[in-house]
Design a protein. Structure first.
Length: 107
């Protein structure tokens, strides 16, 4: 089974005479039963950096069909909600992309 994670890197910020260490943390974004998520796109809201949206293609855990999912965080990536993208015509989906415009609108 695949998974999508958000990785916050290890780094050192120099602020004047102070050095601030950052820690590395990987947070699982997909549900535990996610099947081979791939083709990931991630966007951060420029007006509210705590709002992050990611999208991916994966096999639906119930049907096995290729479909798209969106993952939303409103706390800077600590917690995530998964939403399957509606597919009323039952088409094979893939290559989703996400961008958040300067006004905060997600496309």
């Amino acid at each position: 089974m695949g998974q999508i994670g958000v990785s916050f890197g290890v780094g050192l910020l120099l602020c004047g005479a102070e050095a601030i260490a950052q820690t590395h943390q990987v947070i699982r974004v997909t549900e535990l039963n996610a099947r081979n998520p791939n083709e990931v796109s991630i966007a951060i809201n420029p007006l509210d950096p705590d709002t992050i949206i990611a999208v991916s293609r994966a096999a639906d855990p119930e049907t096995g069909r290729s479909t798209n999912f969106e993952y939303v965080s409103n706390d800077g990536g600590v917690a995530w909600r998964t939403h399957p993208v509606r597919n009323h015509e039952a088409r094979t989906q893939g290559d989703d992309a996400i961008v958040i415009a300067a006004d905060g609108t997600a496309h």
